[in-house]
Design a protein around this ligand. Structure first.
Ligand code: SF4
Ligand code: SF4
Length: 378
């Protein structure tokens, strides 16, 4: 079967995704926006690390223009997030180019995948070289999904060793799956110092409780996926939902900083406005409208359908990958994430499956979506 091209994807997403129509209205920034240079950065303390972090940090996963990161730092943002795998290493190189000029002013975070000790050392040393530094402030074990993962002794011992060697100041893990269980466990363990967690207004209440528990245990909490996939829906008129979504996350004081993905100057200028601003009535109205547009599109990774597939397809993970295409409109990123899935978990069996037995508790039409995923993302 022929692979689906980017152009074909964009033109035919409605058909591919079972009735989803992506429209991209030109959202305007809120009229109350301040001039970027007048914004006073807002800080919170990142748990027991004691680091003073701006509440809006910089998620560099998709950024290719170093000038946008540079501008963010000029405007006072002091927290920059990247990972070994992002853009095949080019993301760390780009971040390194900017941050190496002002290393002491930036709290620099990267992530490596959990692997053998030898491979994790290789990845981390390569990350340091790309970042043009001899230490990072926070090193995360990338994308932890199970409690076993955060109890992996090889990783725990190695990360401690990196700390003793002065190559890492604080250690943590990132998670966008099974998050509440991992946060609750980490709060009990008190081993990991920082957690990067997918958190937004669409997530279930138990995650908020777990975040509060972890923060109360002294763990620094960093929010990602704060805009629930960054969708732009045709129900929004000219309003952007992204400030309201970010304000929703930051109204919880136990979230110490956030790393919205920023690619353009406009996105940067939109997001930094949120620092120090409270969520108001209008924000709630916008967010309700946004939720109405994405409710049956955005997979919350709640895990309710995880073990339902008789062929072992990891439905939440496949849908997370799809979100990068559907929400961020970044098919390449969706494919990169999809190819990271184990063969035993991807959606290949869906192509020959007669009827999907999985039901999404939030109404995503899995029956229509799943059979198309492998062809789109493989
Ligand atoms: S379409 Fe079939 S193989 Fe795919 S997730 Fe649904 S039940 Fe599993
Ligand atoms: S597809 Fe639906 S039920 Fe399954 S994890 Fe996502 S939101 Fe939950």
């Amino acid at each position: 079967m022929n692979r689906i091209s980017r152009r074909h994807f964009i033109r035919n997403t409605g058909a591919i995704a079972g009735g989803i129509i992506i429209t991209r209205p030109a959202f305007t920034k809120a009229k109350t926006n301040q001039k970027p240079d007048q914004i006073v950065p807002e800080y919170r303390t990142l748990g027991k690390t004691g680091l003073k972090v701006t509440t809006v940090g910089y998620g560099a996963m998709r950024t290719t223009d170093a000038a946008v990161v540079e501008r963010a730092l000029d405007l006072g943002i002091n927290f920059v997030d990247t990972a070994h795998v992002y853009q095949g290493g080019n993301c760390e190189k780009m971040v390194g180019k900017v941050v190496s000029k002002r290393r002491k002013d930036v709290i620099l975070c990267t992530k490596i995948k959990q692997d053998s000790e030898k491979d994790m050392i290789r990845m981390f040393e390569q990350s340091l070289r790309r970042l043009k530094t001899d230490y990072v402030d926070i090193l995360y074990a990338h994308s932890m999904k199970k409690v076993d993962h955060i109890h992996n002794e090889t990783t725990m011992n190695l990360f401690q060793r990196f700390k003793k060697e002065g190559k890492v100041r604080y250690i943590g893990f990132s998670t966008h799956r099974n998050e509440a269980a991992l946060l609750n466990q980490a709060a009990e363990d008190r081993f990991w110092e920082v957690i990067l967690v997918a958190y937004n207004f669409e997530k279930e209440k138990e995650l908020t409780a777990a975040i509060n528990k972890a923060a109360n245990a002294g763990i620094g909490i960093v929010g990602m996926k704060t805009q629930a996939g960054g969708y732009e829906t045709d129900t929004m008129g000219k309003l952007s939902p992204h400030q309201a979504a970010l304000k929703w996350v930051l109204q919880n004081p136990n979230v110490h900083t956030t790393i919205p993905s920023m690619v353009t100057f406009d996105q940067l200028e939109e997001n930094i406005q949120v620092m120090g601003k409270k969520m108001g009535w209008n924000d709630r109205k916008i967010l309700n409208k946004y939720a109405g547009g994405i409710n049956d599109r955005y997979c919350r990774s709640c895990g309710a359908c995880k073990d339902v597939c008789p062929h072992g397809v990891d439905i939440p993970e496949v849908n997370r990958c799809y979100m990068y295409a559907d929400g961020y409109n970044d098919l390449d990123l969706a494919r990169i994430n999809y190819r990271e899935l184990a063969v035993s978990e991807n959606a290949a069996p869906c192509e020959n499956c007669e009827v999907c037995v999985a039901r999404c508790k939030y109404g995503i039409a899995l029956k229509d979506r799943m059979p198309r995923m492998n062809q789109l993302l493989a």
